[in-house]
Ligand binder design. Structure first.
Ligand code: F6P
Length: 531
């Protein structure tokens, strides 16, 4: 199947995407998929009907359908860790899901109810700090215990009517210091968010926050809550069980926003809107589970990704939200996609026959336009782009600016595809009064090769429900890509080696261990940094 796809790509790679539209007037509708009130346009790619059919066959042959059912029904599809993968159970709250003969849903519902009552107590000032109702919440966590809630809190700022939420993740002391500096210790609630409650960055920052609070608050633990599967470790830190919100091992860190890791979001927007967020994701789950592959948004998004990364060999993917409040979406997707699918060993232990998942990066439009779009348009590398844009913003009084935003978003995907040929560039220069050698010289710099692929996801407005749908869409996209690649998208062994080595280096920096066993470069860096 890969061979047929690669052969088809080789045979069609030089054709103009624009010509696909003249050849098929129905292309824009045919290569668009609508679901859950959103629309994904994948027509500005070099994927034609043959490529699409081959990609759909690839998904069938990879067993995406069976694997999808295995995930939703609680099978242990995370094989290297022997775990089920059930983040979907955190947002599909009715019914039952059986793991090891027991229904996991009563516990899910009970934890959600506990979170809601805690959130209401905090938001209404019934549970308060030493100095009064909490004005600020600091979530201390990293990776999946940070990126999801941080991204979502920024995304849903127009709905935030609770305490202000802040996020500390980096072990760099600058992070915790800068975040805490402007806050009142006696009106700040600290959430220690760590699935394992052992992550060194989080534990160091939690200790720093406790010390900061202890200067003002007699018993800082009274203003701490924990989000963790390790209740006994949280208790050892001094946080009583009624303020520990746990989740099962079948929720992966980067898929955990839907449960207790989303507590900061719930505190910010309130339990009702948090439920709307969950419902939006559940709608996308239902669509993913039922729609035929050809009309299935996560499947199509995944197949376009596979075409670009593994078939065409384009190694990066730009995520470009024309939605300022999704500024942290690219960072969130970096973990979701790269920690999930950045792997070179297949589930069966063999080497991957194709490239692993791509490098994901991006910035909100229009900022990126004034920074790196130069390379997107005229660099030697082709980067498939994924645009996101809402029909409406939250600022009706600034409707013209939203129109400008939409115009810019559409202009970029059009320019990437259309480009500008040499003749057009010459005409442009001639219109500016140039001629002869100078015209030729200037014209060449104004050529845009075009034929650069992009996808555009459109939605009505970035509400809690829409955000839930968007995130679930990407989660399932990552899942489908992982199944097609034949890898386990739910482990992350690649983060371990660096963590282990950091533990050996710290005593060398302290001077309590001998760096003799280290390589020359590391020894020299250690010596320099020790000063
Ligand atoms: O280092 C990788 C990782 O395990 C991520 O997968 C996870 O999201 C993050 O660390 C944080 O883990 P924890 O929630 O256990 O502190």
């Amino acid at each position: 199947m890969w061979d047929r796809l690669k052969a088809h790509h080789a045979a069609t790679r030089d054709r103009a995407i624009l010509d696909l539209f003249s050849a098929d007037p129905g292309r824009a509708a045919e290569f668009a998929v609508e679901a859950c009130g959103m629309r994904l346009d994948w027509s500005k790619t070099n994927i034609d009907a043959t490529a699409r059919d081959l990609l759909l066959d690839l998904a069938e042959a990879a067993g995406v359908g069976a694997r999808r059912e295995a995930m939703f029904s609680g099978a242990r599809i995370n094989e290297t860790e022997g775990r089920a993968v059930l983040h979907t159970a955190l947002r599909n709250l009715d019914g039952s899901v059986i793991v090891d003969g027991a229904d996991v849903m009563p516990a899910v519902r009970e934890t959600l109810a506990r979170m809601e009552s805690f959130a209401e107590d905090v938001r209404r000032g019934r549970f308060a700090g030493a100095g009064g109702a909490f004005t600020d919440v600091v979530n201390i966590g990293i990776g999946g215990s940070d990126l999801g809630p941080a991204m979502a809190c920024a995304a849903l700022a127009p709905y935030a009517d609770g305490p202000r939420c802040h996020f500390v993740s980096n072990v760099d002391p600058a992070h915790v210091s800068d975040v805490l500096a402007p806050l009142d210790p006696d009106r700040t609630l600290v959430l220690v968010a760590s699935k394992t409650f052992t992550t060194v960055e989080t534990m160091a920052n939690a200790g720093a926050a406790r010390d900061w609070m202890a200067r003002v608050v007699a018993d800082p633990a009274t203003q701490f809550a924990a989000i963790s599967s390790a209740t006994e470790k949280a208790a050892a830190f001094g946080i009583p069980a009624d303020r520990v919100f746990g989740f099962a091992d079948w929720v992966g860190g980067r898929y955990s926003l839907w449960g207790p890791i989303g507590l900061s979001l719930m505190l910010a927007i309130g339990p009702e809107r948090f439920r709307a967020f969950l419902s939006g994701a559940a709608e996308m789950d239902a669509h993913f589970r039922a729609a035929p592959f050809g009309a299935n948004m996560p499947v199509i998004l995944a197949l376009a990704g596979i075409w670009h990364a593994q078939v065409a060999g384009l190694c990066s993917r730009a995520v470009l939200p024309y939605d300022q409040r999704l500024a942290r979406l690219p960072a969130y997707l970096q973990q979701l996609e790269m920690e999930s699918n950045g792997k070179r060993v297949a589930m069966d232990g063999g080497d991957l026959p194709v490239e692993s998942g791509p490098i994901v990066w991006g910035e909100p439009g229009t900022n990126g336009q004034h920074a790196f779009y130069q390379l997107l348009h005229q660099g030697t590398r082709v980067v498939p782009c994924e645009f996101l844009i809402a029909r409406h913003g939250h600022e009706p009084q600034l409707a013209r600016q939203h129109r400008m935003l939409i115009a810019n978003c559409l202009a970029q995907s059009e320019a990437l595809m259309r480009g500008r040929g040499l003749d057009e560039a010459r005409a442009l220069m001639a219109a500016r009064g140039l001629s002869g050698a100078e015209l030729e010289r200037q014209a060449r710099h104004r050529v845009f090769p075009g034929n650069r692929p992009s996808l555009t996801l459109t939605y009505d407005r970035l509400t809690p429900g829409v955000l839930g749908r968007i995130i679930a869409l990407y989660e399932h996209r990552v899942f489908v890509e992982g199944v097609i690649l034949g890898i386990n998208s739910f482990d992350q062994w690649g983060v371990e080696l660096g963590k282990e080595l950091a533990l050996t280096l710290e005593p060398m920096l302290e001077g309590t261990a001998d760096p003799a066993g280290k390589d020359g470069s590391t020894r020299a860096l250690l010596a320099w940094l020790k000063g």
